[in-house]
Design a protein around this ligand. Structure first.
Ligand code: AGP
Length: 605
């Protein structure tokens, strides 16, 4: 949610901020703004509704500076508008603030301290900058006023703040609590950003911040203090990702690029986690901790939750260990009765999802062990878990997650194999995961090479519909929940991923002439049942498309999938479903990578 950037000590601050915001646009894209000053009494505040391109169009050629802050927004408090865009400025014109997160007690603070202040926006953030100015007007130094306000913010809040006092034009005041924030270390300059991706053109060395810390950043210094004001020295970590990895190259959209990258993601995972001799390269401590547990709890949100559903199949059927899968936002406030020796697996592409992080905080408090499977090194859920396994899938920029979903499932398969071997269960011995994932990679390649066929089907099936259904049973039910989410996310077609056997118990009443229904059939034990359920909806006028494994396909099936291991069929079956969503969105003229109302990394609860 929201992307923030800052720079001090670079004459082309405007260009650096704009490039950084473009890289962070996946975090929110309903309005944006920058503030810069030139250390010589000239300062500029430019804000606009819409994309960074809309903001850029508003920035005059005279706008320049060497210190500045910027923001791209995902609205929480106050509609997307120029007035509600960040940076927010104090009534006395002295302070400028950008914020990522939500202030739980902003209304109370406004009522208690700011009844005499005229507000320009409906945001929680403006309350903070007005309050800082209020305290500074009592003679307090900016640092003290900033810290006083931070202490007044309640625990339910989340924030990363970048503040500029135009009386100290080359200084960035920084604070972090729950929302991600990094300091990028330069030579004669320094930068601040929500995600390293934003500043990889400037530096590859970043300092992570811990909740409650504040930082004063100048061109030649970075002063970190903890909640008690004690100075903290921390070494930067190096980010090896190349800035170009975040570019979409010749692709029209990141989503299509990332769908096409899935075969490569399989091969990279095999390379990283499986030796030539087939032995699995996973830290033995992780395997021992999993082995000593009596129940695994997979906790995640959205697409990652759907990858967890398949992870349960793999861990239970290959490693024979009881596994539950939970929606993070539910688990956080309504946890199940836990087993005696639980082990927690957090699946998260971004590593920053607030709902999952909230659960991890509880797990840490209870002293249980945890593993985060993520695509972002040094992300919060990686740092705060006992163990981490990385996806090595490369930056995933499109809001609709694709290669992270298949990467998570493939890594769960590798983990299940290793754990099963440690537990000496026969099913693991028979599961040659390297060979099976290679078969999957070849199958995915075949499907992405035939994407034009999916384009035609989408054009025929989904041109104008307001609703659609994906149906399937057992592991196909896991697949269709993700397939439905993809179609909903990017084409705004109301889509349900439904257990096909459950249709006749009510939901079939929604079926009428022309209702699109996509039946997924990769499980031989339930194939004929799903086909009869498809017949039942066809009898009521539904427009049915069959997506079936080659060994289960029948004449007339529109999409035939390469045969792969029965526990890995989601890795091939999801590809045509991802493409279906992509083309349905494209055919409706939507921005496939930045669907309305969404953001890539959901850092507020
Ligand atoms: C998926 O396409 C969505 N972007 C969303 O559901 C996402 O999967 C969810 O927010 C979880 O994100 P995470 O994997 O980064 O934790």
């Amino acid at each position: 949610m929201c992307g923030i950037v800052g720079v001090t000590g670079k004459d082309n601050a405007v260009q650096i901020l704009l490039k950084g915001l473009k890289r962070l646009e996946y975090r929110g894209y309903d309005s944006a703004g920058i503030y810069v000053n030139d250390q010589d009494g000239h300062e500029y505040l430019v804000k606009e509704k819409g994309r960074i391109a809309d903001l850029e169009a508003e920035i005059g050629s005279d706008v320049h500076g060497s210190t500045g802050i910027g923001h791209t927004r995902w609205a929480t408090h106050g509609v997307p508008s120029k007035a509600n865009a960040h940076p927010h400025v104090s009534a006395d014109g002295r302070y400028y603030l950008v914020h990522n997160g939500m202030i739980g007690n902003f209304a109370e603070l406004k009522k208690q301290y700011l009844s005499d202040v005229t507000f320009k926006s409906d945001t929680d953030t403006e309350v903070i900058v007005q309050l800082i100015a209020k305290f500074a007007q009592t003679g307090m130094a900016t640092k003290a006023a900033f810290k006083k306000v931070l202490n007044l913010i309640d625990d339910s809040s989340s924030y990363s703040f970048l503040l500029i006092d135009n009386q100290e034009p080359n200084t960035l005041y920084v604070a972090k609590n729950k929302s991600p924030l990094l300091i990028g270390v330069g030579d004669g300059f320094n930068v601040v950003c929500s995600d390293a991706l934003a500043m990889l053109d400037q530096t590859h060395d970043f300092i992570e911040l811990i909740d409650g810390e504040t930082v004063i950043v100048k061109p030649d210094s970075i002063l970190i203090e903890d909640t008690d004001g004690k100075r903290i020295e921390r070494k930067p970590f190096h980010v090896s990702t190349d800035a170009s990895a975040a570019d979409k190259g010749a692709y029209p959209y990141y989503m299509l690029k990332e769908i096409d990258e899935q075969p490569g993601v399989m091969r990279t995972l095999i390379k990283h986690y499986i030796s030539e001799d087939g032995s699995i390269k996973i830290d033995d401590n992780i395997l021992q901790s999993l082995h000593q547990s009596d129940r695994i709890y997979i906790v995640a949100a959205g697409t990652s939750y759907h990858a967890g559903l398949v992870g349960k199949e793999l861990l239970e059927k290959v490693a024979k260990i009881p596994t539950e899968v939970h929606v993070a936002s539910e688990f956080g406030y309504n946890p199940p009765l836990l087993a005696a020796k639980p082990f927690f697996i957090f699946l998260t592409q971004s590593g920053e999802t607030a709902d999952s992080r909230q659960v991890l905080a509880q797990v840490n408090e209870l002293g249980y062990q945890s593993l985060t499977i993520t695509n972002v090194e040094n992300s919060t859920l990686s740092r705060e878990a006992t163990y981490t396994l990385l996806l090595y899938a490369g930056p995933e920029i499109a809001v609709a997650s694709t290669k992270a979903y298949t990467g998570q499932i493939a890594l769960e398969a590798i983990l299940a194999k290793a754990l099963g071997e440690l537990r000496q269960v026969a099913t693991a011995a028979d599961f040659d995961v390297a060979k099976e994932l290679t078969k999957v990679a070849n199958g995915e390649q075949e499907l992405v090479d035939e994407k034009k066929d999916i384009k035609k089907i989408a054009a025929a099936l989904l041109p104008t519909t307001r609703n659609a259904f994906y149906i399937g049973r057992s592991i196909d039910y896991d697949i269709v929940q993700e397939a439905a989410l993809k179609l909903k996310e990017v084409s705004y077609i109301q889509t349900e991923g439904f257990a096909s056997g459950e249709l006749k118990h009510g939901t079939i009443s929604l079926i009428e002439k022309g209702t699109p229904v996509l039946a997924v059939i990769t499980d031989k034990h339930t194939a004929k049942h799903t086909r009869s359920n498809a017949q039942e909806v066809m009898a009521r006028g539904a427009n049915v498309v069959f997506i079936a494994s080659r060994s289960l396909a029948k004449d007339g099936d529109q999409i035939v999938l390469p045969d792969v291991h029965p526990l890995l069929t989601p890795l091939v079956a999801i590809v045509p479903c991802q493409l279906m969503a992509y083309y349905a969105s494209l055919q409706r003229g939507y921005d496939v990578d930045k669907p309305r109302n969404l953001a890539k990394s959901v850092t507020v609860e």
